[in-house]
Design a protein around this ligand. Structure first.
Ligand SMILES: [Cu+2]
Length: 346
């Protein structure tokens, strides 16, 4: 009798082990997708399906600090009723059914939490969406009102039906440059046609990487072959020349926009992307390499791989599952053997 009791204890321990392993396996699989961020809200879409925010870097998925639109999950939509523009939030990212990152869970960040990326922008609204652009909050210090009506030079932004050019700079040298080293002209096409050989991607640029000399002047002609708006936006440029550190071309469907800017002297790699909701995730990400650059960014089509490829994810998931099933079935087998022997003994 005392022997049976010991067997029963043993099988109880086994059962607990199986439960733990199964939970561990499930959590490992879910943990792959759970990424957290902190951001400052600029705009909440009236239908609460998305927000525009500036977030700090999210290294787990290779995102630099950025101002962008993010969709909201069902849960986050419900939570969004307590949010307001200007609030700092903590959020988790998850993938929607199409595999695109969206905010899964959102809460107001604890008092005193700040977003470093937003501080350096002077809290100006980061959205460049026409509908949400706040003209009052634009950087007036760098706008040259006297020259407003005399051509392109004094404008931070030229906006028309065809699209817009923001922060064009033809002649103001970065502080660290004594002269323009070289002039470049790039024709960059954007649209659904430029995704060849990249399964799962919806949009592409004809060039995802451009290489230039330090202190050079770059003229970019953005040709949009799609019927929807696309952008070619460079981040991280000096803020004394480019408000929000940004040079930005936006072309309406079928339109072409041309703009010029000048890069500083340091070897650096700048992010290029389309800031329309989810377009970067759908393929519109590139890099501008000045001089030798300072390392490739993640997930640049044709240049660098994802921080962690989907194939690897799937492979490790399969191994997790296999492990759980192997341990589970072997433990179950052991339990059956034990109970059978208990039956024989009694
Ligand atoms: Cu786009």
């Amino acid at each position: 009798m005392s022997k049976n009791w010991r067997y029963q204890q043993l099988s109880l321990v086994y059962a607990v082990c199986i439960t733990l392993f199964v939970f561990l396996g499930v959590n490992l699989a879910a943990g792959d997708e759970l990424v957290e961020g902190i951001g400052l809200i600029h705009v909440i879409a009236p239908d609460r399906t998305s927000v525009n925010l500036t977030h700090d870097p999210i290294p787990e998925i290779g995102w630099p600090a950025m101002t962008m639109d993010l969709g909201l999950s069902e849960l986050a939509r419900a939570q969004a009723s307590q949010l307001m523009p200007g609030m700092v939030i903590k959020f988790t990212l998850e993938r929607d059914p199409e595999g695109i990152f969206q905010i899964g869970d959102v809460q107001i960040a604890p008092e005193g939490t700040s977003v470093d990326a937003a501080k350096s922008q002077g809290d100006a609204p980061g959205s460049t969406d026409h509908d949400t652009m706040d003209h009052d909050a634009m950087d007036h210090d760098t706008m040259d009102h006297d020259r407003m009506d005399h051509g392109e030079h004094g404008h931070n932004m030229i906006l028309d039906d065809e699209g817009m050019v923001m922060n064009a700079n033809h002649d103001r040298l970065p502080e660290d440059c004594s002269a323009i080293s070289q002039d470049y002209e790039f024709k960059i096409q954007v649209g659904r046609h430029y995704t060849e050989g990249r399964p799962g991607v919806i949009y592409g640029y004809s060039e995802h990487e451009i290489n230039v000399e330090p202190c050079s002047r770059i003229k970019v002609e953005l040709i949009n072959d799609d019927s929807i708006r696309h952008q070619w936006m460079v981040h991280g440029l000096p803020r004394y020349l480019y408000p929000q550190g940004m040079f930005h071309l936006e072309a309406s469907g079928g339109a072409t926009k041309t703009g010029t800017f000048i890069v500083p002297s340091d070897d650096r790699t700048y992010l290029i992307h389309c800031d329309m909701a989810q377009h970067m995730e759908k393929g519109l990400k590139g890099q501008l390499v000045v001089g030798d650059g300072n390392g490739n960014l993640f997930s640049i089509p044709g240049v660098s791989g994802a921080m962690r490829s989907n194939a690897e994810d799937e492979e490790s998931n399969i191994w997790n599952q296999a492990m759980v099933y192997f341990l589970g079935t072997s433990a179950l087998g052991a339990v059956i053997v034990l109970f059978t022997s208990i039956g024989k003994l009694s």
